[in-house]
Design a protein. Structure first.
Length: 461
C-alpha cells in the first residue's frame, strides 16, 4: 500500500492541531463506475439523442470522445434547439441524453447500500466533519448516501442532537437555505439531476417559467462553461456560489476527491482570492499538514500541481494516491473511517483496554498492507450496534430542545442509519461496551475469523 503524506489528523480531530471541518469537493472520479463520464456518455447516447431531436450535429463523431466533445456537441444542440424556438432547450437537451429519466443518476435510497466511499462521506457529514460539500457532478449518488444514513432532503429539522436535513444549492431561490443551522450544505455549481426532475414536474403542471429556472443551471455546453470565467460570471447565484467557496477555503482545509481541477475559472478564482490569504506571513492558524488533500489516481501536472502550489505543497505532500492495486477510493474511506472510530472508542474505553486499542490504531496509522478485521468491524458492526443500543433505551440523551431522545426517534429502516460517535456531554455506555468488544477481539488473535457483514450489529463465526 502507498505511504500517504498524512492521515487526515485535522479532519479526524486527532492530536493537538487546530481541528476544523473541511471543505469537500467531489469530482467525476467519485462517481466512476456508477454513472458514465462525459465522454462515454456522449458515445452511449449521441445516436439516439440525435434521432429523437431529428438533428445531426456538425461536431465530428469520435469513437472515443473526450469531455470536450460532449460540451461542444451540447453547444451545437442547444443552438439548434434555441433556433427552433424551444421554450426550455436545456431540459430538452438533458432529456435527449436520458439524464433525468434514468435511475442511475439518482443513486439509491433504500435498504440497498451505497458504495463505501459515499457511505463514509455521508457518515462523516453526520459526524460534523464537513464544513460544506461541493459536488461538480450532476448525479445524486452522494445525496442518496446522505439519505441512507438518515439525513433527508427537503424535510423539517428533526430536532435531534445531530444533523437530519441537507440543503442543496442549485438555483438562486435556494441561497437562503445555506444559512440554516444544523443542516448539511451541498453546493452543486454545475447543476443537479434532481433539479431536472423538478423541472419536468413543473413543466407538466404548466409552470414553464419555473421549469426554465430549474433547468438552466444544468451546465453542459462549452460556451456556458467558458462563461464561468470571473470577468463574465455576473449572475447573482454564481457570484454567491463563488464567494461561498472562496471564503471557506481561506480558513478551512480542502479535501479534493476525484476532481482533476480542470475548471480554469475555479482555479483562477482560488488563485486571486484564496492564495494570498493562504500565503500570508501573518496567517493564523498555520497551514496544516492536511490543509490540502488531493485524492485521485493520478496527480496531474496542470490543475493539481497549480492548486497544490497555492498551499505551498506538491505531489509528495498533498497527493492521496488511490491508483494502486487494492487501494482505491472505497478502501481509502473505509480505512479513514476505522482510524476515526478507534480514536473515539479509546476515549470511552476502560484504561485496561487502552493498550489493545493503541496497538490497533498503530496497525492502521497508514493504510494496511494486508486485510485488517477492524475495517469491516467499524463499517458493519459498530453503526448498527450503536443504533440498536439507542433503540433499546440503553443510552439517555437530550435533543437541542432539552427533551429526551425517545427510542421511537431512532430510525431502523436503513441499514446505514448513523448515530454519531463523537457526541459528548454525557455517558456513552454503548461505545464503552463496543470498545471492550473490539479490544477483546484484538487480543483473541482470531478477530478475522468472524463475519461482521452477514449479521450487522453482531458477528457470525
Amino acid at each position: 500500500m502507498p505511504v500517504l503524506p498524512h492521515n487526515f489528523p485535522t479532519l479526524r480531530r486527532c492530536g493537538n492541531g487546530n481541528h476544523r471541518p473541511s471543505v469537500l469537493i467531489l469530482g467525476a472520479g467519485m462517481s466512476y463506475g456508477l454513472v458514465p463520464l462525459p465522454g462515454p456518455l456522449l458515445a452511449e447516447k449521441r445516436a439516439n439523442a440525435e434521432a429523437t431531436l431529428r438533428y445531426t450535429s456538425s461536431v465530428p463523431v469520435d469513437p472515443n470522445p473526450t469531455p470536450d466533445h460532449l460540451y461542444q456537441w451540447a453547444d451545437d444542440i442547444w443552438n439548434e434547439l434555441t433556433a427552433r424556438g424551444d421554450q426550455n432547450p436545456k431540459l430538452t437537451l438533458a432529456e435527449s441524453l436520458d439524464i433525468p429519466n434514468e435511475k442511475r443518476w439518482l443513486g439509491c435510497v433504500s435498504t440497498q447500500r451505497n458504495t463505501p466511499r459515499h457511505r463514509v462521506v455521508a457518515r462523516f457529514a453526520r459526524e460534523g466533519l464537513w464544513h460544506q460539500i461541493w459536488s461538480l457532478n450532476w448525479d445524486c449518488v452522494q445525496e442518496s448516501a446522505l439519505e441512507n444514513v438518515g439525513i433527508k432532503r427537503r424535510s423539517a429539522d428533526g430536532a435531534m442532537p445531530w444533523p437530519t436535513v441537507f440543503n442543496t444549492l442549485v438555483t438562486a431561490d435556494e441561497c437562503p437555505q445555506m444559512g440554516e443551522p444544523n443542516s448539511i450544505k451541498i453546493i452543486k455549481p454545475h447543476g443537479c439531476v434532481m433539479a431536472l426532475v423538478d423541472a419536468q414536474q413543473a413543466k407538466a403542471k404548466g409552470d414553464f417559467g419555473r421549469a426554465v429556472t430549474l433547468a438552466e443551471r444544468f451546465l453542459i455546453t462549452a460556451t456556458e462553461l467558458s462563461r464561468l470565467a470571473p470577468s463574465v460570471a455576473s449572475a447573482p447565484v454564481q457570484q454567491f456560489i463563488s464567494a461561498t467557496l472562496l471564503t471557506s477555503l481561506c480558513s478551512q482545509p480542502f479535501v479534493v476527491a476525484g476532481w482533476s481541477a480542470s475548471e480554469k475559472y475555479l482555479i483562477d478564482r482560488i488563485n486571486s482570492d484564496v492564495r494570498p490569504v493562504l500565503q500570508s506571513p501573518n496567517r493564523q492558524p498555520a497551514i496544516a499538514n492536511d490543509e490540502l488533500s488531493v485524492i485521485d489516481r493520478l496527480f496531474n501536472p496542470d490543475g493539481h500541481t497549480t492548486l497544490a502550489s497555492f498551499y505551498g505543497k506538491n505531489a509528495a505532500t498533498a497527493h492521496i494516491d488511490v491508483g494502486q492495486s487494492g487501494f482505491g477510493l472505497d478502501e481509502l474511506f473505509l480505512w479513514l473511517q476505522a482510524l476515526y472510530a478507534v480514536h473515539y472508542l479509546r476515549l470511552r474505553a476502560p484504561a485496561t483496554d487502552h493498550p489493545a486499542l493503541d496497538e490497533l490504531a498503530a496497525e492502521i496509522e497508514q493504510p494496511p498492507n494486508v486485510p485488517v478485521f477492524i475495517i469491516s468491524w467499524v463499517d458493519n458492526f459498530l453503526p448498527v450496534w450503536v443504533r440498536l443500543c439507542w433503540r433499546s433505551g440503553l443510552v439517555v440523551w437530550e435533543n437541542p430542545n432539552a427533551q429526551r431522545v425517545e427510542i421511537d426517534d431512532i430510525a431502523l429502516e436503513s441499514r446505514d442509519e448513523h448515530i454519531p460517535w463523537h457526541l459528548s456531554g454525557g455517558p456513552r455506555p454503548e461505545l464503552t461496551a463496543a470498545s471492550r468488544i473490539l479490544a477483546a477481539l484484538h487480543r483473541s488473535a482470531r478477530a478475522s475469523d468472524w463475519d461482521y457483514d452477514q449479521f450487522p450489529g453482531g458477528a457470525l463465526p
